[in-house]
Structures are given as C-alpha cells and as structure tokens.
Ligand binder design. Sequence first.
Ligand SMILES: NC(=O)c1ccc[n+]([C@@H]2O[C@H](COP(=O)([O-])OP(=O)(O)OC[C@H]3O[C@@H](n4cnc5c(N)ncnc54)[C@H](OP(=O)(O)O)[C@@H]3O)[C@@H](O)[C@H]2O)c1
Length: 423
Amino acid sequence: MGLIGLGTVGAQVADRMLTWRPQLSRRAGVELCLQRVLVRDLKKPRAVEIASDLLTVEPADVLEDPAIDVVLEVAGGDEPMRSYLERAIRAGKHVITANKVVMAKHGPELLDLAAEKNVDVYFEAAVGGGIPLISTFRTDLQANTIKQVSAVINGTTNYVLGRMAAAGLSLGEAVAEAQAAGFAEADSTDDIGGFDAAYKLAILGSIAYEIKVRPSEIYREGIEGVEAVDFRYARELGYAIKLIAHTQRHPGQVEARVHPAMVPLDHPLARVEGAENAVFVEGDLVGQVLLVGQGAGGRPTASAVVGDLIDLARSIRRGVQSRPSFSFDDRITVVPMGEVVTRAYFRIRVDDKPGVLAAIGQVFAEEGVSISSFIQKDAWSQDQTAELVVTTHPSFDASLQRARSRMAALESVRAVSSFLRVF
Ligand SMILES: NC(=O)c1ccc[n+]([C@@H]2O[C@H](COP(=O)([O-])OP(=O)(O)OC[C@H]3O[C@@H](n4cnc5c(N)ncnc54)[C@H](OP(=O)(O)O)[C@@H]3O)[C@@H](O)[C@H]2O)c1
C-alpha cells in the first residue's frame, strides 16, 4: 500500500505498519506491505525510522503504481488531496483517508465514483480520531432510523471552555494555555470558529441519515462570544457550556447546527472533559448510545486508519466490497436555522431604573417568546446599570434573534452581552 503524509498521524501509521507487520497481516489474512510514502520534503527528520527509498515526492509513485492496491491519505487539506484521492480511485485503488475537509466537502462524489470503479473509500479517522463512529453507523446501527446525533467533537474548544469554567480564564488566556499544552494549533481559527466541528458534523450527518449534508448548509457559530461570567451563571442555573454539534431528524428535513450551548449538567455531553470527544446517538431501535474517547492525536487516529486497512484487506481477500455503497436521499434538506426551535439564555446589561423589565418583557411577548426565568444578577451603583439573565421556553430561533436585536435597540438596554442556546 501507499501512504500520503508522514506527519503526526502518518508517522504513527507507518510505525504500526513497520513494527507490527506480522500481527496486522495475520489479522487481515493477507500480507500487508508499506511500499511507498509520499511527502513534500525528503530531508525532513521523521518521528519514525523509515528506509529513505520508501519516500517519494512524486505523487504518481503512489497514485498510479499498479503494485499499490490501497492508498492511505493522512496529509490533510482540500487540494491537492481531493484530486489525489480521485486519481487513486480512477486508477482502481481503494482509499483510506483521515481528511475531514475532503470528506465533508467532496465525500458523496468520491463515494459515488468509488462505487462506479468498484473500490472502497474508508474514512473512520476523519471524525472523532480513534473513536469508532463511522463503522458504528455503517454496521452496528444499520437496523435503526437515527433520530439525533449530538456531539462534543472538537477537543480544542472543549479544553478551552473547560479552562474558562474551572479557572475563570478569558477566551484568549485559555486558548494561549491550550496552545502551550499542545491542545490547540498555532492558528486555532478552525477550532474556535466551529469550522472543524461543522466538517465533522457534515460527515456524521451524511452517514447517519444517508443524505448529502454540506458544511455550507450547517449553521455554524464559534465560541468567540462566550465570556467567563457566563460559566458562573450557567453553573447557578444547572448547566455546563459546550460547543455542541447537533443534528436531528424531522419529517423530510434534518437540523444541522454547531454552536456553543448551555447543556444540562445531568446530560452525558456536559461531563465530557478536556480534549475528549463524545458522540451521543439516538436510534429508534437501539435507544441512546454514547461513544467517548480521544478525538485526536497521532496514535488514536492511526488506530482508526490501520483498523480501516485491516477491515478493507479482509474484504479484498474475500473478493467482495465489505460494505454496501452509500445511497444518498436528495429529497431530505437541512432546516434553515430560523425555523429551528430551541430554548435560549440571554445576559443583558440594562439601566438600573423602573420600567426596564416591562420593556424587555414586552419585546419577548411581541416576538412570541415565553420566558422561563428572569433574574436580576448584579447591580453596579457606580454607573447605575444592572445585569439581567433571562432563559426562555422553546421558540423559533428567528424569533429569538429578532428579540435579541430589538432589545439591543432599546434605550434602557446598554448591551445584550451574551446569547446562548440551551440544549
Ligand atoms: N493530528 C491529529 O490529531 C488528527 C486527528 C484526526 C484527523 N487528522 C487528520 O489527519 C490528517 C493529517 O494530519 P496530521 O496532524 O498528521 O498533519 P501533519 O502533521 O501536518 O502532517 C501532514 C503530512 O502530510 C504531508 N503533506 C502535506 N501536503 C502534502 C502534499 N501536497 N504532498 C505530499 N505530502 C504532503 C506532509 O509532508 P512533509 O512532512 O514532507 O511536510 C506531512 O508529512 C489531516 O487530514 C487531519 O485533519 C489529524
């Protein structure tokens, strides 16, 4: 087989394949041999001991070599990897990838092409690192109609939110700490902004419901607006704050959204700590299932990649495609966020004077939003302002957004300082 990429994940994949070859081959039932590794820089020091003649910078040495049956891609990014995977499939090779960007944006097309060429595409490592998610949906949960999938699927944001909650750090301080501890990239925009979680949700949603969920169709909001004080209020109200990726089935439609949310403390996702990931699935037959584990890191991710390889090798040996190809239902669409029904939490800074509560109550009433709790939290005598915390009953998100902007425009409201959906 050919490997593309020899970085954090690739080095662990190569190490397992080189040092554990007899065991892997026995489990696969065929001899597994790493034949070529495509990298960008031949001179770079590697975290794995590897013969220099295995390395190449020429894509065709992996993508078009007839001796290679399987291409493992652990390089990342959209292009050129999408094109490389397409080339490999067109050359009749099976593909295993850890690339969430390619699978979220182009997965359905690559899977269709693979079905046409009678080869397989495996992508367990693209979502949730070492947690067996894709195989769980594709095999163990096949007897179910999936009703909902909710996940804490980005370890960086979970670590950051956890540190803000536990140590009262600001977002900037918590991100800096996560970077120093190796839990966040130098450029953490993809994580903090919810992009990474949206890519993963697109893949999970597509597999769970057998529809084409595009990342661009997913409502996405990052954790930039969450402030340390919100954790104090959340705790008082009985919630944790998590970046939630959520998808839910409705007749003819699915919800798909990524945003920070208040999660009740007794919900399993509220208890996911540090860089861990957890995926909560509800099927009509199985009921509720929780999958938890290391969602990133070279070794857990290599576990998923090499696991896919063994599964694939077994099916090649049997001369069959191990799993049926996907059939995506184009009639099911994603619900626009405004039509999603959710509860919400507002933190509002107001002038501390009579009539303010009535004005705010009137805005909610006119937007058809029913208030669940209304608490004056703090008053500051020096500037005569007070902080109100309001939670609502379930309402259309569009109504909540209109209430938010109308309140911000009231003369007695200094700011709607925070808005979080309640899960
Ligand atoms: N790291 C994780 O925890 C994790 C978890 C789950 C999924 N993944 C996914 O796994 C993939 C790899 O991640 P990583 O963290 O291992 O990345 P990484 O450490 O940056 O390594 C990337 C590797 O790909 C090679 N590469 C990049 N572009 C290339 C190109 N155009 N042609 C040839 N080789 C190229 C690089 O070659 P050089 O070394 O020569 O520069 C490097 O060896 C990504 O899709 C990522 O999303 C990673």
